[in-house]
Design a protein around this ligand. Structure first.
Ligand code: CMC
Length: 431
C-alpha cells in the first residue's frame, strides 16, 4: 500500500474535506476515510460491504472483472496444476514458496499433528447421530480451545504457530470423524505415511474390518479441490474470522465462527445446494423450466453454483474444477453421469441467456465440485465440511496476518439508526 499523493474531496453543503487516496499493488485505489467521523461527524453507509476495504492484506488478490485469482501473486490455475495443497498452505501462511527442506519440515509438522486428543472421541458421542457434519464441525472446532490450552495465547508467536499447524492438521480428522459418526462407523485414525488428501480419503472410507487402498487419481482430485478452496480474500467467513479475532478471542473459537458463516447456502453451503438442485432438475429437458424460475423475481429459486459477489467473469476455480470433473468421471468410467450432463447443459443454456449475461452471472467454484465429490462417494452433507477443511488455511493465514499487524484494534462497524428516538418508559398497566 502506498500514499498516491491524490486526494478525494468530499463536499457537503458549503464545507469540503480532503481524504487521502491509497494505492494498492494491484486493484482499485482506496479512499482512506479512517478520519471521516472525527473530521466530519458523519459515517459512510455500506451494508454488505460492497465498496469497503476493511483491512490491508498481502495474501490473495482477485480481479473479478478479469476472472483472476492469485495467492501471494501465483495464479490459481498454475498452483492447481503444478503445486499441491500443503505447499499452497505454506505459501499462504508464510508468504513464499518453500524450498525442499522447508516443505519437508512443514509436511512433517502437519502430519505429526493429525491425531486429535483421545478424549475428543468421547466428546463426539454427545452429538445426535443424525446431526449435520457441519453442526459437528462448528461445535468440535470451537471445543478445541478446551483441549489445547497451550496454544490459545494469541500474544505468543509460538502458540500462534502451534495453533495454526494444529488447525490445518486436525481439520481433516475432525471432518472425517463427523462423517463416520453420522453413519455409525468407527473412527479411523490418521496414518503418518500418507499424504494429506490420501489420509483424509482413508479416514472417510476405510473400515477396520478390511484393507483400504487409496486410489491415487482420487487423492490427486481431492488435493486439487482442497487447493481450489484454500483462500478467497475477504469473503464472508474470512471476514467473520477477522472480526471474531479482533476482540482477541482464541484461534479455535475464531475458526469455529468462520465455519458457522461458511455453512449458509449463499456461501460454502452452495456446493450441497447445487448438487441437490442438479439432481432435482434430473434431466436436460427440465432445464428451461428451472432457468425460467431463476429469472422470475417472484420465485425465490436461484441457480445454485451461479453468480458471485466479486467475479463478474468466469470464476477461475470453476474452470479447473470442470476439467477435474471430466477427468475424474472419465477415470472412474462414469462419463455418462446424468448429473454431469445436466450441469453441462445448464451451464450452456444459462450462459446463452441474456438474463445471466447481462447480470454477469457465471458458474462459480461450487458448480462442478459437488459432481466430483459425489463420484468419489461423499454424501452431499459432506460437501460443505470439505470446503471448511480446505478454507481453514485461508482463515488461519488471514488471522495470523491480522494478529501480527501492529496496532490491531477491535472491529466495530457503525450503523444508520432507523429506530425510535428517546421516549419514556410506560408502566405495563398503562400500555
Ligand atoms: N440465479 C439467479 N439470479 C441470480 C443469481 C443466481 N444464482 N445470483 C444473482 N442473481 C441475480 C439477483 O437476483 C440480482 O438480480 P437483480 O439485480 O435483478 O435484483 C443480481 O443477479 C445480483 O445478485 P445479488 O444477490 O445482488 O448479488 P450478490 O453479490 O449479493 O450475491 C451470490 C452473490 C453468490 C450470493 C449470488 O450470486 C447467489 O446467491 N448465488 C447462488 C449461491 C452460490 O452459488 N453461492 C456460492 C458462491 S461461490 C462460493 C463461495 O464463495 O462461498
Amino acid at each position: 500500500m502506498s500514499d498516491s499523493n491524490k486526494t478525494a474531496k468530499l463536499t457537503v453543503g458549503d464545507q469540503s474535506w480532503d481524504f487521502p487516496i491509497l494505492s494498492p499493488t494491484a486493484g482499485p485505489d482506496v479512499i482512506d476515510i479512517r478520519k471521516l467521523y472525527g473530521t466530519t461527524g458523519m459515517f459512510t453507509y455500506d451494508p454488505s460491504f460492497t465498496s469497503t476495504a476493511a483491512c490491508d492484506s498481502a495474501i490473495t488478490y482477485i480481479d473479478g472483472e478479469e476472472g483472476v485469482l492469485l495467492h501471494r501473486g501465483y495464479p490459481i490455475d498454475q498452483l492447481a496444476a503444478k503445486s499441491h495443497f500443503l505447499e499452497v498452505c505454506y505459501l499462504l501462511l508464510y508468504g513464499a514458496l518453500p524450498d525442499a527442506a522447508q516443505l519437508e519440515d512443514f509436511e512433517t509438522r502437519v502430519t505429526r499433528h493429525t491425531m486429535v486428543h483421545e478424549q475428543m472421541h468421547r466428546f463426539f458421542t454427545g452429538y445426535r447421530r443424525d446431526a449435520h457434519p457441519m453442526a459437528i464441525m462448528v461445535g468440535t472446532v470451537g471445543a478445541m480451545s478446551a483441549f489445547y490450552h497451550d496454544s490459545t495465547d494469541i500474544s505468543d508467536p509460538w502458540q500462534r504457530e502451534v495453533a495454526s499447524i494444529r488447525l490445518i492438521a486436525k481439520m481433516p480428522t475432525i471432518a472425517a470423524m463427523a462423517y463416520k459418526y453420522t453413519i455409525g462407523q468407527p473412527f479411523v485414525y490418521p496414518r503418518n505415511d500418507l499424504d494429506y488428501a490420501s489420509n483424509f480419503l482413508r479416514m472417510c472410507f476405510a473400515v477396520p474390518a478390511e484393507e483400504y487402498e487409496v486410489n491415487p487419481i482420487l487423492a490427486r482430485a481431492m488435493d486439487r479441490i482442497f487447493t481450489l478452496h484454500a483462500d478467497h480474500e475477504q469473503n464472508a467467513s474470512t471476514s467473520t474470522v477477522r472480526l471474531a479475532s479482533s476482540s482477541g478471542a482464541n484461534p479455535f473459537a475464531c475458526i469455529a465462527a468462520g465455519i458457522a458463516c461458511l455453512w449458509g447456502p449463499a456461501h460454502g453451503g452452495a456446493n450441497q445446494a447445487c448438487l441437490e438442485m442438479l439432481r432435482e432438475i434430473g434431466s436436460v429437458d427440465k432445464i428451461p423450466e428451472y432457468i425460467a424460475r431463476a429469472k422470475d423475481k417472484n420465485d425465490p429459486f436461484r441457480l445454485m453454483g451461479f453468480g458471485h459477489r466479486v467475479y463478474k467473469n468466469f470464476d477461475p476455480r470453476a474452470k479447473v474444477m470442470k476439467e477435474s470433473a471430466d477427468e475424474v468421471l472419465e477415470l472412474l468410467g462414469i462419463e455418462d453421469n446424468p448429473t454431469l450432463q445436466v450441469a453441462k447443459e445448464l451451464e450452456k443454456q444459462a450462459l446463452a441467456d441474456p438474463y445471466f449475461a447481462d447480470k454477469k452471472l457465471f458458474p462459480n467454484v461450487d458448480f462442478y465440485s459437488g459432481i466430483i465429490l459425489e463420484a468419489m462417494g461423499f454424501p452431499t452433507s459432506m460437501f460443505t465440511p470439505i470446503f471448511a477443511l480446505s478454507r481453514t488455511i485461508g482463515w488461519v493465514s488471514q488471522w495470523k496476518e491480522m494478529i501480527e499487524e501492529p496496532g490491531m484494534r477491535i472491529g466495530r462497524p457503525r450503523q444508520l439508526y432507523i429506530g425510535e428516538t428517546e421516549r419514556d418508559y410506560t408502566d405495563v398497566e398503562k400500555r
